[in-house]
Structures are given as C-alpha cells and as structure tokens.
Design a protein around this ligand. Structure first.
Ligand code: NDP
Ligand code: AKG
Length: 434
C-alpha cells in the first residue's frame, strides 16, 4: 500500500450526527434513516451504532499531469462501509462536490441497497474531487489510472469492485480494469463493473439503474391506481439514470412533461419526447437547447405532476421545499435526494416516497450479473440480463411492499427493514459483532 492509501481512523473519518432538524450531509441523512428504521425492529442498539460507521475510509492524493505539462493534485476517497454479505461494492463519482462524508453516506446506502436486492455484496463508494468537464480525455485517463494505482491494494474482484456513478462512465471503468490488470500482470475484468461489453462488461448495465427506476415507478403507479397512460412525470437529471427512466416510462405510455440537466429543464405540459433530447452521455448540458419552454430545476421539483423522479444530485427535496411538492408520488432515482426532515414532511402529507435503495438498485444488480459473467467467462444476452433484472426488481418490490402492508411503515422504512434484517442475520451467523 502506498503511503497515502492508509485508512484514516473511523473517528477522524466521521463526525457525529448533526442535531439540526435539517442536517443535509449524506452521512447525516443515512444515519437518521438508519436510526428511524431500526425503531421498527428488535435490533441491539450496539449493532445500530456500529452500522452508523464505515469500516474504513481511504483517502489518496492523485497528482495528474495536465496537457500543458503542469501538475494538478486531486483528492480521492474510497469508503468501505460493511462487507459481511460479500465484497465491498459501489460506484465511483467524479464531481467537485465529492467529500469524505458524502462517500461514507453513499457507502452506507450501498450496503442497504445490496441487502434489499439480496446480492452477495457489501457497501462502498468513492470519488475524486474534480470537475470532469474541465479535463481533456487524456487528462481523465491519467487521473483514473493514477487513482487506480493509489487504491490498488484495497480493490479487487473479491475485495471491492468499483462501478460508474455521476461523472464516470464505461470508458472510466475500462481504464480502471486495464490499470489494475497491468499491476496484477493478468487480465482481471471482475475488478470493476460497468465496462463496455467488448472487455467483459454486461449488456444492459448502462441502462439498468434507469430501467429499475422505471420498473419500480410502474409498480408504484399500479399500486396507487395511476394507470401509466394517464400519469404525468417530471424527471430531474438526464444522465444514465434519469434519461433511461424517462425514455422507458414514455415508451410504456406515461407523459413525461419535464426533464432537466444542470442548466434547467425542458417543459411541455402536453408531453415531451425524451428520445429527442440528448442524454448527458450523448451531449452534456444540452437539455435546454432542445426545449421550446424552459423552467428552473427548483420549479421542476414543485410541478403539479403525478410522479416526480429526482435523478441527479442529493439533498434536492428539503425542509425548505417539501411543503411545496405537488407530485402525488416520488420515486428516487438519485442517491439521497430527500433529506430526513423532508421525508417527515412528505410522510405527514401522505406523499409516498419510494426510496433510492430500492428504485435505482438495477445498476448494482446488473453489476452483479456482470461480475458473475466475468467470473464464469460467459456473456449473457441483453434479453437474459433484462429478464433477470426485471425478476429481481419485482421480487425486491414484493419484499418491500409486504413490509409496508404488514407494518404500516413508509416505503423507506420498509426497504431498510428488509435490508437490516438480512444484515443482522448475516452478522449473527458470522459472529462478527461488534
Ligand atoms: N450510474 C449509476 O449506475 C447509478 C447512479 N445513481 C445515482 O443517480 C444519480 C445520477 O447519476 P447518473 O445518472 O449516473 O449521472 P450522470 O453523470 O450520467 O448524469 C447526471 C445528470 O444530472 C444532471 N445534473 C448534474 N448536476 C445537477 C444539478 N445540480 N441539478 C440538476 N441536474 C443536475 C447532469 O446534467 P449535465 O448533463 O448538464 O451535466 C446530468 O444530466 C446520482 O445520484 C447517482 O449516485 C444511482 C444508481 C446507479
Ligand atoms: O453498480 C454498482 O456497483 C454500484 C452503482 C452505484 O454506485 C449505486 O447504485 O449507487
């Protein structure tokens, strides 16, 4: 391990939960959600306390030569939350807002997400504090290869398997696979998921989180008696998650009235064609260029629609706007778009929120399929991937719905109950507490 990859201590990595009503860091939200859900289960409080902390947080320095010959130094993180059910698993984010605390919160959500889906993985998340839009392709490659070098001791097909998240894509995953394989002197596609199929990636991985959001939204609409053909939808974020969800819901008959990127939203109350608007991958920051009418991202969140899908960044539905939300139903595409205080307000207002750890779990589920394909050296067809994904999502939906119905809890609490029960069982069997 190079000198700057040593794990920081848990104490230095995590500040204590904020007592403010509106603590909006990812880790504060994740901890509050955990504490709240745990009240519905007979769990030893020491276990809950342990689960509020990551196993380790790795911080690395990533020097990169710019195209003009100068050197810039970036900071990267990889947070490992819990691995009782299998290797650490989770995405890698390139964004200027990445922080240690954000990575910890996101790694906690990965632990619950994998457990809700009953996947044999634990939770991790990482990122680099960088605006990828300000780097050339060659600079991004050098950044990714150097980051991989810095974290090579803590990743691996049986240790920790990164994947795409905001600001990273199949090309980024290819570089990680290549850099890691060169270090290990053998081709190891299973070190990372979300690669292009030609080097061991899975068909359908790119679309998977958006597909799962659309599938769960369809189930939620059925559950609350909203026929898709009569359902209006607003989607914040038009990337891997948002664009794929919007396009599928449109294909299934829903009316998508607004989609947005970082610059604002395209809006048409009679319905947009999400296929005619380029996604982030196709052309970043282009959504508003393809619109007759535009509105702001804040306005999108409070549109009078049936279904709202926040699918960009975290903490967008807060105490400040939760009372103004006019959607009848929220399905979370992004990780952590709703703060704890907003959740409470929405529950009081009887607006169901189907949580991230269920709705966008298609990404990690197809990552699991990809990992299986890499280990077995056998590729699945797109049809096989989609059929298996649909089956897994519907099964997870049924597990969570059963908890909603039997316990009368929110969708978020129900998803946590499913996840926590599996985790606590796994820990009890392995005898790893505290
Ligand atoms: N990719 C994956 O496998 C998974 C991702 N997620 C989560 O989904 C969310 C989106 O990720 P993903 O789709 O991969 O990301 P992408 O990078 O593919 O796309 C992000 C989209 O969000 C837009 N955006 C960025 N900042 C803002 C902002 N402040 N307000 C409104 N829109 C904004 C971007 O606009 P622009 O084009 O202008 O940059 C882009 O359209 C994240 O929370 C991520 O953690 C969850 C599960 C899996
Ligand atoms: O595919 C994966 O391993 C993780 C995807 C991810 O980061 C997420 O679901 O938030």
């Amino acid at each position: 391990m190079s000198s700057n990859t040593s794990p920081t201590t848990v104490e230095s990595a995590v500040s204590q939960p904020d007592d403010d009503a509106e603590a909006t860091s990812a880790v504060a939200t994740a901890r509050r959600q955990l504490e709240h859900a745990a009240t519905h289960l007979d769990i030893d409080p020491n276990i809950v306390e342990r689960l509020k902390h990551p196993a380790a947080v790795h911080e690395v320095t990533v020097p990169v030569e710019r195209d003009d010959g100068s050197i810039d130094v970036f900071t990267g993180y990889r947070a490992h939350h819990d691995s009782v059910r299998g290797p650490f698993k989770g995405g890698l984010r390139y964004h200027p807002g990445v922080t240690r605390e954000e990575c910890i919160g996101l790694s906690m959500w990965m632990t619950w997400k994998c457990a809700v889906m009953d996947l044999p993985f634990g939770g991790a998340k990482g990122g680099i504090v960088v605006d990828p839009k300000e780097l050339s392709q060659a600079e991004k490659e050098r950044l990714t290869r150097r980051f991989t070098d810095e974290i090579r001791d803590i990743i691996g097909p049986n240790k920790d398997i990164p994947a795409p998240d905001m600001g990273t894509d199949p090309q980024t995953m290819s570089w990680i696979m290549d850099a890691y394989s060169m270090q290990e002197a053998e081709t190891l596609p299973g070190v990372v998921t979300g690669k292009p199929p030609v080097i061991g990636g899975s068909y359908g991985r790119e679309e998977a989180p958006g597909r799962s959001v659309a599938l769960i939204a369809r189930e939620a609409c059925n559950y609350y008696d909203y026929p898709l053909e009569e359902t209006t939808v607003a989607v914040q974020g038009f990337g891997s998650v948002g664009a794929n969800a919007a396009r599928l819901l449109d294909e299934w008959g829903a009316t998508v009235v607004a989609v947005s990127d970082v610059n604002g939203a395209a809006y048409d109350p009679t319905g947009l064609d999400p296929h005619a608007i380029p996604s982030h991958d196709e052309e970043p920051e282009a959504v508003t260029d393809y619109a007759d009418e535009t509105i702001g991202n804040d306005e999108l969140l409070t549109l009078d629609v049936d279904l709202l899908i926040p699918a960009a960044i975290g903490d967008v539905i807060t105490e400040a706007n939760a009372d103004s939300i006019r959607a009848d139903l929220i399905v979370e595409g992004a990780n952590g778009p709703t703060t704890f205080a907003a959740d409470t307000i929405l529950a009081e207002r009887d607006i169901p929120v189907v949580p991230d750890i269920l709705a966008n779990a298609g990404g990690v589920t197809v990552s699991y399929f990809e990992w299986l394909q890499d280990i077995n050296r056998r590729s699945w067809s797109l049809e096989e991937v989609q059929d298996e994904l649909d089956k897994e999502m519907l099964s997870a939906w049924d597990d969570v719905r059963a908890e909603v119905e039997t316990r009368g809890v929110t969708w978020r609490d129900a998803a946590y109950i499913v996840a926590l029960s599996r985790l606590v069982d796994a820990h009890a069997n392995r005898g790893l507490w505290p």
